[in-house]
Design a protein around this ligand. Structure first.
Ligand code: G6P
Ligand code: ZN
Length: 543
C-alpha cells in the first residue's frame, strides 16, 4: 500500500449549496471530480492526528464507490480513525448523532437528500463539523476556494474495504471501524421519548404506516418502531434502501408520497401515517384525510413539548426558517420564549442550538428537529408524534384541530416552479427586488403591505450577516408572500413561492388551503409576473 499524489485540474462549479455539493451522478463519475472536492475538504480541515471522522450515506447509487474513495483519501491525509456505517449506510441524523456521541472531528454525508437517485439521478456530499451539524459558510466557502486552485490530490492505492462486516480494519495507518447503522441513534431516541407509553399504544391496537420510500430511514424505522416499540410487522413499508429508491422521488410530501396519502384518505386508513426522505432527515405526518403541514407540525410539537420525557423541563426557544409559517411564533409567544427567524438551510440553526437559545427548529420543507443533534430528523419527528398521541390519547386530527382552535390557523402553501430557465428566474428576482421599496404602504387587493424586503439575517451568536435570503412581502395582518430561488435544485432554477394567511375564526379553519390563499396567489402573480417570466402556467409541485 502506498500513498500517491495524483495531478488534477479544478472543476468549475464545486460551490456547496444549501446542503453540500449536489450534482448528477454522471458529473460525480468524471475522473477526479469527487476526489477534488474531498481533497478540498481535507485541505480546509488541516490536522487529523488522533482524530475520528464519521462516514456514511443514504445508499443511493455511487454511495459505495464514493465511500471507498473517501476512505483511501482519508488514510492518505493522516486521519486516525473513520467510523463508517455498515453497508455504507448512515442516515443524515445518524451521522450527526454518531459525531456527537463519539466526539468525532466531523463527518462526511453522502446524499442528495430527497433528489432522485440511480445512474441518471443525483449524488451529493456534505461535510458536518464537530457539533454534528452542517459546516457553516466560512468552511464551505474555504472548501470552494480550494476546489478552484487544486493541482493534486492524495490517495492510498489500497484495495476496497469490506463495508458489510461490523468491526475494525486497517487501511494504511488508519483504523476503519464499520459500525451498526442504527444502534447509537436508536439509543438516543429511547432516551428522549416514552417508549413504554408508545409500546402500550401499539398493544392497544393503534395502527400506523411508515413509508420508508425505499430510502435510508427504513432500517431505522423498522428497528425502532417494529423492533423496539412492538408495532406489527409490515407497519414500516418500502423499508429497504435501494440504489434508485425504486425509481421514486424520495421526498415525503403529498405529491411524492401519493400512495401513503391515498391510503390515509381511504376506507382502510390506519390511525397514523408518516414518511421520511432519501437521507432520513425529513418527515411528513399524516392523519386520516389530513396531511399536517410541516409548519403546523413544528408549532404543535412546540406547544406540546413537555409530553416527551426529553423535553419535560420545557423549551428555551424555537427557530424557524423565514419562509416557514408563523404558527410557531404564536406558540413561542404563549410560552414566553423566543422565536428566531433564520434563512433557509438547517445550518443556520446550529449556532442557536449550540448557544442554548433554541430547543426546537423547523422548516416548511418537511424538516423538524431539536437540540438532540444538529440535523433535522425524520424519525425523531415521527416518534414525537407517537409520544404525543400516546400521552394524550388523541388522534392526529384532534390534536391539529385543537391546536388551531387555541392558536388560530396559519393557512400555508408552497408553489414550486422547477427546472425553469435560470436566466429568466434570476431576472425575475432582480426585477422584484427593484420594486420592493415602492411596495411598502401600498394596498394590494384586500391587503396592505407593511414590509417588503429581501431577507437579511444577522446571527445573534456570531453576528455573521447573510443577505439576499428571499423576497418577502408582509401584509399588515401578518399574511405573507415569500419568493426565493432554491439552493438545492440540480437542473436550471427552481422558483419557490410561499404563501401564508392567518385565520383566527374556528368557523373558518376547514377551508380548502388553495382557496383560502387564492387572493395572495393572485397578488404574487401581479407583482412578479411569475407565469410569464417562467413560461409556466402552473407550478410543478404544490405542497
Ligand atoms: C434541504 C435543506 C433544508 C432546506 C431545504 C430546501 O433539505 O437541508 O434546510 O430547507 O433543502 O432548500 P431549498 O433551497 O431547495 O428551498
Ligand atoms: Zn434530506
Amino acid at each position: 500500500m502506498t500513498i500517491q499524489t495524483i495531478a488534477t485540474t479544478p472543476f468549475a462549479g464545486q460551490r456547496p449549496g444549501t446542503s453540500g455539493l449536489r450534482k448528477k451522478v454522471t458529473e460525480f463519475q468524471q475522473p477526479g471530480y469527487l476526489e477534488n472536492f474531498v481533497e478540498a475538504i481535507f485541505l480546509t480541515l488541516g490536522d487529523f492526528q488522533g482524530r475520528t471522522l464519521v462516514l456514511g450515506g443514504d445508499g443511493r447509487y455511487f454511495n459505495r464507490d464514493a465511500i471507498q474513495t473517501i476512505l483511501r483519501m482519508a488514510a492518505a491525509h493522516g486521519v486516525s480513525r473513520v467510523l463508517v456505517g455498515r453497508g455504507g449506510i448512515l442516515s443524515t441524523p445518524a451521522v450527526s448523532c454518531v459525531i456527537r456521541k463519539r466526539a468525532a472531528l466531523g463527518g462526511i454525508v453522502l446524499s442528495a437528500s430527497h433528489n432522485p437517485g440511480g445512474p441518471d439521478g443525483d449524488f451529493g456530499i456534505k461535510y458536518n463539523i464537530d457539533n454534528g451539524g452542517p459546516a457553516p459558510e466560512k468552511i464551505t466557502d474555504a472548501i470552494y476556494e480550494h476546489t478552484k486552485t487544486l493541482s493534486a490530490y492524495r490517495i492510498s492505492d489500497a484495495g476496497p474495504v469490506d463495508l458489510d462486516r461490523i468491526g475494525s480494519i486497517r487501511l494504511e495507518d488508519m483504523e476503519v471501524e464499520v459500525i451498526d447503522s442504527v444502534s447509537d441513534y436508536a439509543e438516543l431516541m429511547a432516551g428522549l421519548f416514552d417508549f413504554d407509553a408508545i409500546r402500550a399504544l401499539f398493544q392497544r391496537g393503534f395502527t400506523m404506516r411508515f413509508d420508508g420510500m425505499y430510502a435510508v430511514s427504513g432500517p431505522y424505522a423498522k428497528a425502532i418502531i417494529e423492533g423496539m416499540l412492538g408495532a406489527p410487522a409490515g407497519t414500516v413499508v418500502n423499508a429497504e434502501p435501494l440504489e434508485d429508491f425504486g425509481g421514486h422521488h424520495p421526498d415525503p410530501n403529498p405529491v411524492n408520497a401519493a400512495e401513503l396519502i391515498a391510503l390515509m384518505d381511504g376506507p382502510d386508513a390506519p390511525d397514523f401515517g408518516a414518511a421520511s426522505d432519501g437521507d432520513g432527515d425529513r418527515n411528513m405526518i399524516v392523519g386520516r384525510k389530513l396531511a399536517v403541514s410541516p409548519s403546523d407540525s413544528l408549532a404543535i410539537i412546540a406547544a406540546n413539548a413537555t409530553a416527551a420525557p426529553g423535553y419535560r423541563d420545557g423549551i428555551k426557544g424555537i427557530a424557524r426558517s423565514m419562509p416557514t409559517s408563523q404558527a410557531a411564533d404564536r406558540v413561542a409567544a404563549a410560552l414566553g420564549v423566543s422565536c428566531f427567524e433564520t434563512p433557509t438551510g438547517w445550518k443556520y440553526f446550529g449556532n442557536l442550538l449550540d448557544a442554548g437559545l433554541a430547543t426546537l427548529c423547523g422548516e416548511e420543507s418537511y424538516g423538524t428537529g431539536s437540540m438532540h443533534i444538529r440535523e433535522k430528523d425524520g424519525v425523531w419527528a415521527v416518534l414525537f408524534w407517537l409520544n404525543l398521541i400516546a400521552a394524550t390519547g388523541k388522534s392526529v386530527n384532534e390534536i391539529v384541530q385543537e391546536h388551531w382552535a387555541r392558536f388560530g390557523r396559519n393557512y400555508y402553501s408552497r408553489h414550486d416552479y422547477e427546472a425553469v430557465d435560470a436566466g429568466a428566474a434570476n431576472a425575475m428576482m432582480d426585477d422584484l427586488r427593484g420594486k420592493l421599496a415602492s411596495l411598502a404602504g401600498q394596498t394590494l387587493g384586500d391587503f396592505r403591505v407593511q414590509l417588503a424586503d429581501d431577507f437579511t439575517y444577522t446571527d445573534p451568536v456570531d453576528n455573521s450577516v447573510s443577505s439576499r435570503q428571499g423576497v418577502r412581502i408582509v401584509m399588515t395582518d401578518g399574511s405573507r408572500i415569500v419568493m426565493r430561488l432554491s439552493g438545492t435544485g440540480t437542473e436550471g432554477a427552481t422558483v419557490r413561492l410561499y404563501l401564508e394567511r392567518y385565520e383566527a375564526d374556528p368557523a373558518r379553519h376547514n377551508l380548502d388551503t388553495q382557496q383560502a390563499l387564492a387572493p395572495l396567489i393572485a397578488i404574487a402573480e401581479q407583482v412578479s409576473g411569475l407565469k410569464a417570466r417562467t413560461g409556466r402556467e402552473q407550478p410543478s409541485v404544490i405542497t
